[in-house]
Design a protein around this ligand. Structure first.
Ligand code: ATP
Length: 441
């Protein structure tokens, strides 16, 4: 990674720069000076993010008979968070530096005695537990009874809908409920671009299993989730599974592993896979008074399923895929930047480029665009020289460029250029869909 793209710090700056310059990610409220730690996904970023989420949904829901989807609300009443333990425990230790007033999260400091902002030693206040949930009010009255919370994770939606889904989907353990959606955490130290933000998107699945099978399914999901990233092109030397030490585990978890990516600042979490036991269903059953268990008619046994939870960040994963894909290489004494994104993740799959802006080529180029657009996100660009346009498409990861030239008017064929090899094939327009289809899968 670093050989091609410079040092790790340079890579980070290049990704931030590319994101802004090419329209992947913008600082939110930019025209008002920017709202710290929130970001807007631009024309290319929204496509990349949608593709990451689509690939997750495809592998977790579409290709499986044992997982169904859900889209639960973002606002929920305090009872949910009381039962889940978030009101009491979802906090991080906050310290203030009395020397420079900077605030830090104690558990994320390299040295708990040294302020990374001003370098002062022993300048921190006692740690205070700071709850990360955003609280607001439902309805016009700002009274305690009207307090509601923005969800800090999507997972509770699956637990509180366990019975609804069980009854309506007629699934039986082992089965899962999957959800993609926004979550909100009032992070003490957001940072590293979109890695840690106060508003972000998660992709979570709760897999309900017979208690005696939980270890098997925990190992199964750790492997599945590693394979998902590898299959989408993450280099194996930049991805690892790290089992939590005993002192990192939550009291109810009998096993948690993080899928970690080698970010420019070191190994860090992309996703957590946890064996949560029966903690969540028991808590909600107790607090709601509803029965949250499963009656197995075959054995006549009633039990509370255990839960395996693969919990990933969509925005964080999109950024990691960008970093893993970024490369610079020398071609004819010039440096070319190329995003080697898997075609399934690339914002545009194809770009149609008429060789010249002459009107004579435009109608045919538009016909080619119309042919492709129903199948794939297709870009159309007739500005600047063809070399510059290839470079622009390489930089945003478009796997194929289709060039319409003057010969096209004679032979009804186009030139298809491969992003990674830069090799070109002459392909009949009539056979273009069939040519691209297996290459973009
Ligand atoms: P951390 O220890 O980094 O605060 P966490 O272990 O609390 O994170 P989880 O609760 O396991 O995170 O959330 C699951 C996933 O959601 C994380 O692996 C990450 O990809 C994503 N995520 C969590 N918090 C954020 C955030 N503030 N910004 C972006 N993504 C996040």
């Amino acid at each position: 990674m670093t050989d091609a793209a410079g040092s790790d710090n340079q890579l980070f700056d290049k990704i931030v720069n590319l994101s802004k310059r090419r329209g992947f990610v913008f600082q939110s409220a930019d025209i008002y000076g920017g709202f710290r730690s929130t970001y807007d996904y631009g024309p290319l970023g929204v496509l990349l993010l949608r593709n990451v989420k689509e690939q997750w949904w495809r592998s977790m829901v579409q290709l499986r008979h044992d997982v169904v989807g859900l889209d639960a609300s973002v606002l929920s009443p305090p009872q949910v968070w009381q039962a889940s333990g978030h009101l009491a425990n979802f906090s991080d230790p906050l310290v203030d530096c009395v020397s420079c007033n900077a605030r830090h999260r104690l558990d994320k400091l390299d040295d708990p005695n040294v302020c990374p902002t001003c370098g002062a030693t022993g300048s921190f206040t006692e740690a205070r537990e700071f709850n990360l949930m955003f609280k607001t009010h439902a309805g016009p009255v700002m009274e305690t009874a009207a307090e509601v919370y923005l969800r800090p994770e999507t997972a509770q939606g699956m637990f509180i809908n366990f019975s609804n889904v069980l009854v309506t989907s007629r699934k039986r353990p082992p089965f899962g409920i999957a959800q993609i959606g926004k979550s909100f955490r009032n992070e003490i130290t957001p940072g590293n671009f979109v890695f840690r933000t106060r508003e972000f998107e998660q992709m979570e699945m709760e897999y309900f299993v017979p208690p005696e099978e939980s270890q098997h399914w925990y190992e199964y999901w750790c492997q599945q989730r590693m394979d998902w990233y590898l299959d989408l092109g993450m280099p194996s030397d930049q991805l690892r599974l790290r089992a939590h030490d005993d002192d990192e585990l939550s009291h109810y978890s009998s096993g948690t592993s993080d899928v970690e990516f080698l970010f420019p600042w070191g190994w860090d979490e992309l996703e957590g896979v946890a064996n949560r036991g029966d903690f969540d269903l028991r808590q909600h059953a107790e607090h709601s008074g509803e029965r949250l268990d499963y009656f197995d008619q075959a054995t006549g046994e009633r039990y509370v399923p255990h839960v395996i939870e693969p919990a990933a960040g969509a925005t964080r994963a999109a950024m990691a895929f960008l970093m893993a894909a970024y490369a610079e290489e020398e071609v004819n004494d010039e440096v070319r930047t190329v995003l080697r994104l898997d075609p399934r993740l690339a914002p545009y799959k194809v770009a149609v480029l008429p060789l010249s802006k002459k009107d004579t080529l435009t109608p045919t180029a538009m016909q080619v665009f119309d042919l492709l657009k129903g199948q794939w996100m297709t870009d159309y660009d007739e500005t600047q020289s063809i070399g510059k346009r290839y470079a622009r498409q390489d930089e945003i990861g478009t796997p194929y460029c289709v060039t319409v030239d003057f010969d096209t008017l004679e032979d009804a064929s186009v030139t298809v250029r491969n992003r990674d090899t830069r090799e070109q094939d002459r392909v009949a327009i009539a056979g273009l869909l069939a040519y691209l289809e297996p290459r973009l899968r």
